[in-house]
Design a protein around this ligand. Structure first.
Ligand code: TXA
Ligand code: MG
Length: 342
């Protein structure tokens, strides 16, 4: 299949190109598009044939449910039932934005979308291209991240092309995504509400609106979700995450880097800006400043893909404090490092 790449400027949207992409959605085809978090691979949420194609193209198992993307908060009514009042408070505060709400599903939603669950995950993205596409297609879009299953999520069009060129009808190039990590998945069918996946809306921000927010327990130890899989977001290289602070962190990272270099591996260090002078003997990439986790989030997946592209075999990663987007970053680094080293 020849993939059509449509370049669209998010500040000056070319409606002809959006129309073209929307027509493809209506035909049951797949369109990759930017959101504020990462690129998504979109299909008509009411077309089972198209939904199946998403799983096939990504190599994603059918037990991993999809997020439904809407262009107006009201559209939640059609997708869900028994919507708790907190849904509207959260929607008012954080939509459009990187917050996905898990609510009880209505009958209109196929169990293919929800992997047989009685709940559905819904969000309204804060990206003008995404919103225009949903509006023009006149249907909500299911959209997982536009990467092959298990790989790091795409934050720019080159990443989408690496994984999906020739496999989908359209890829929209809308530049680099702003946030860089996926949305926070929040289950509001339980009390207290529970974060299933840390993401673009931080725990601190949620706690401003809701008194009690629980962290998924396995998540606190770095496991479960997305798709209840332990290993995820993986670069091709083996990733080793060092969860120490201060001098201990630097010592451990240096020791590991020396060890694997001596064994003949091509080793890279992913470090915080403030520590960059400390690893002079090694190949290093900077994630960002430790006290600015939002900028680290923007760089995270891109940096991991860059290590891969340059043929690194081992990545030794420094950790971050689990504040703000630091929580989402650490969750992803722990998953990326799971089961990778013997
Ligand atoms: O930022 C994002 O959320 C991006 C952009 C494209 O919107 N999408 C994304 O989708 O990350 P995906 O498919 O890669 O991740 C969806 C996550 C998975 O962890 C899935 O298990 C969870 O949402 N999920 C979906 N439906 C669910 C449900 N009914 N209950 C619990 N978790 C659900
Ligand atoms: Mg994903």
């Amino acid at each position: 299949m020849k993939t059509l790449v449509l370049k669209i400027n998010p500040r000056k949207i070319d409606s002809k190109k959006i129309d073209l992409a929307a027509e493809e959605i209506k035909k049951g085809h797949l369109v990759a598009f930017p959101t504020e978090t990462v690129y998504g691979l979109g299909a008509d949420a009411y077309n089972e044939g198209a939904i199946k194609k998403i799983f096939q193209v990504k190599g994603r198992p059918y037990y991993d449910p999809l997020i439904v993307h809407i262009a107006k908060p009201d559209e939640l009514q059609k997708l869900a039932r028994e919507i708790p009042p907190i849904a509207w408070v959260l929607a008012e505060t954080y939509w459009p934005g990187p917050l996905t709400l898990v609510v009880k599903k209505s009958n209109s939603i196929s169990s293919l979308v929800t992997a047989g669950l009685d709940t559905v995950a819904v969000r309204m993205p804060a990206n003008r291209i995404a919103l225009s596409l949903i509006q023009k297609a006149q249907t909500p879009l299911v959209a997982p991240s536009a990467n092959l299953f298990g790989r790091t999520s795409p934050t720019q069009v080159q990443h989408v092309l690496e994984d999906l060129d020739g496999k989908v009808e359209v890829i929209i190039d809308g530049g680099e995504t702003r946030i860089g990590v996926e949305s926070t998945v929040l289950d509001i069918t339980v009390e207290p509400v529970q974060i299933l996946r840390a993401g673009g809306i931080s725990l601190e921000k949620l706690r401003k609106v809701i008194n009690q927010v629980a962290l998924n327990q396995e998540l606190e130890s770095g496991f479960r979700s997305p798709g209840r899989l332990k290993s995820h977001y993986s670069p091709r290289a083996k990733l080793i995450l060092v969860e120490k602070r201060g001098e201990e962190e630097i010592k451990e990272v240096s020791n590991l880097a020396s060890h694997y270099t001596k064994l003949g591996y091509k080793v890279g260090i992913m470090a915080k800006e403030e520590n960059k002078e400390r690893y002079k003997d090694f190949n290093i990439k900077i994630l960002g400043k430790g006290n600015r986790p939002a900028s680290c989030a923007t760089n995270l997946f891109k940096t991991l893909r860059n290590f891969d592209q340059e043929g690194f075999e081992i990545i030794i990663a420094e950790g971050l404090e689990e504040k703000g987007l630091g929580l989402a970053i650490m969750e992803r680094l722990r998953k990326a490092s799971a089961d990778k080293i013997s």
